[in-house]
Structures are given as structure tokens and as C-alpha cells.
Ligand binder design. Sequence first.
Ligand SMILES: Cc1ncc(COP(=O)(O)O)c(C=O)c1O
Length: 403
Amino acid sequence: MLELADVLAAQDRVAETARHTPLDYSHTFSSMSGAEVHLKLETFQRTGSFKIRGATNRIATLSEAEREAGVVTASAGNHAQGVALAATRTGVDSKIVMPEGAPVSKVKATRNYGAEVVLHGTDYSEAADRAHEIEREEGRTYVHAFDDWAVMAGQGTIGLEIVEDLPEVDTVVCAIGGGGLISGVATAIKGKNPDTRVVGVQAEGASSVAESLDKGEIVEREGVNTIADGIATRRVGDKPFEVIQDRVDEVVTVSDSEIAVAVTKLLERSKTLVEGAGAVPLAAVLEEKFDYDDGEVIVPGLCGGNIDLNVLSTVVLRGLIETGRYLRLRTVLKDRPGALEDLTEVISEHRANIYAIRHDRTSRNVAMNDAEVELDLETRGHEHAADLLDALEANGYETDVLV
Ligand SMILES: Cc1ncc(COP(=O)(O)O)c(C=O)c1O
């Protein structure tokens, strides 16, 4: 079982490699939630996520012979970069197997941190099979992303930093994928401040822990589907599950739309870039997925900022749609000169901005002398969007809201 002493020992080992990341009071999210929200900005960690903590601690516990033989792991994301840099900084050779379709930016970053990258397989599990072959062939140590006591202890150093910087913390909120992060954090928090609550959060499309806790045994999902790729795991690890059962107070879920809104709000209000998994804890606070009191001191852990730019643009657009800031609608006009101008006049009177417009008189969806129009509009929120739709209706336009 993982104990506070393991996390304290890890803190000494990771101190030189991992940063003590800032804890930042957020006026915006405090006033939105009524709680006192302090963000743990692990996005500023080296390699952009907490993974370097666990990897550094694991590598520090290798014997001399194991250090000589090097390490191997499989990952398409943050763990790859964490292991690569942790190994390089401690003079250990690393091989990382990434699926062939891994984003080029992540492959490049992992190589730049000094690892040899092997591209293999179509998904994580094929990459992991290859990594285990390399483990056997080359005698390397496999560094598991979460089901490993030393990795869990390393991740727990985030919890120590939180209680050092904010001893009065009431609740710490943490994302769960394989469970390595929360089990380390919960061990640190309960060891130092037994009354502080630890809440775990999963994406709806990758949730299994609440059900596993209910059943008293690990439940494995058939598949996963979420924009939070860092926590898209089918099941929690055996070792983390033991700790979660003992030390995590509550586990809740958030939807992808709620995650997209949290990513967008963090960018817009806090100028903080997080990946989907990094936004999950704040999403749970803002959506009140667990009960908390006014003025309760809450720390959501923003544990990663490595988001692909293509994914980011989609997530932000989804966030804008969810908050009524982007509206796509369809209407039908008479195919006559001036009809489009009349429509845009109503829109401009209501101060919505046209982002894109498609006017199609050949559409089979409408009569021969009509034209179909699709508009992408920037609006100022749900109320503004609803006012605009009312005004269009009052002016005789029938509209379908497409997104
Ligand atoms: C940003 C981020 N948050 C949270 C997690 C969850 O960590 P764990 O798999 O240890 O539960 C991950 C895992 O990769 C992650 O990348």
C-alpha cells in the first residue's frame, strides 16, 4: 500500500527535476461558484503535465544495473514526454513506443526530450505490446503510466505542494484516468490533512471508477469516447484502485460539452491553456457535480496543457456554442434581389456578427423560387442568441438552429 512516507521520499527525489508549480487564487471562478477557488497550475510543469514527477521518482528507484539497461514505456501523450525528460535528466537511456498515428507534435516533443521513439501499432494497446517485447528483448525496465507504487508516489508530490501552500484547503479535485495521479495526491492529502476532502472526476465517455467503487471491484469499459484524451482509459489500475477505495471521498463525471466550456473559460478568463483532462476538475466545480459550501476552499488540479492545436480549435468552438456565443442557423428566403439584405439587416440591428454565410438557390430542400441560407453568427450569450431568434421570427423568418 502507498503511504505518506513514500510521497515524502519522492518529494526529495523529484525536487531537482520537477517544478513546484503555482497555486493561483481565481476571482473569476470563485465568483462563478461561490467557493474560494485556487487553481493548481500544473500546466506550468516541465513537459506540460505532472507526469515527470512519477517518472522521475520511478527512475530514481532503479538499481545501478537497471539504470544501465535503460527504460521503456508506451504512451501517446503526456507520460511519453514525462519519461523521456526524466530519463534524460538522470542520464538513463529511454525508448518510448508510440502508436503510428500519434500527433506529430507529441512525437517530436518526446524525441526532443531525448528519447528514442519507436512508432508501432494502431493504438495504445498495440504500442504497449511492442514496449513489453522490448522490455524482454533488451532487459529494460517498463515504466508504467499509473499502476506502479513509485509512479503513484511521485504524482502525489502535487498533493504535498497543495497542503504546503494552502494548509486551509477543504477540497482537492483531481482527474482520474488510470488513477495514478489521484492515488498519490489522496495519500499526500489524507496523510497531512485527514479532514481535507479528495474528489475524483472522470469524463462521462471514459468513466468506470464510480461503478467500480459501488461494486467493490474494478469494472472495465468496452471502449472510451471523450475529448479528454489524457484520461481516456478503459479501467483504473489495480494498485491505484486500492488507494482510491481507501482515500478518495467521492468520484463524479463531467460531459465533453462541460469540459469544452471549462477549457474555453480558462483560456478566456484566466489566460490559461489546458488540455481536456486538465479542465475536468474545474468543470466539475463549475457544474456543481459535488456539493460544496459557499466560501469552501477548493483546489482543482489543472494537470496538463498539452493539447493539439486542431483539437483546441474544435474544443473552443464547442465551448462557444455551448455558451451561446456561436450560432449556426438555417432559414429560407425568396429568391429575389434584396431578400438577403433584408435578412442581414435584422441581424445587424441586433448586433450579431456574421462569421460565414452560405446562400444556395439550388438546394433541393426548398421550392424552386426559394433559396436556402445557412449563417454562422457570433453572439454574446444565450440571451442575446434567443433575442435574435425571436426578432427573426417576428420578421417572418422561420429558422432552424443547427448548432
Ligand atoms: C492531464 C492529465 N490529467 C490527468 C491524468 C490522469 O492521470 P492518471 O492516469 O494517473 O489517473 C492524465 C493522465 O495521463 C493526464 O495526462
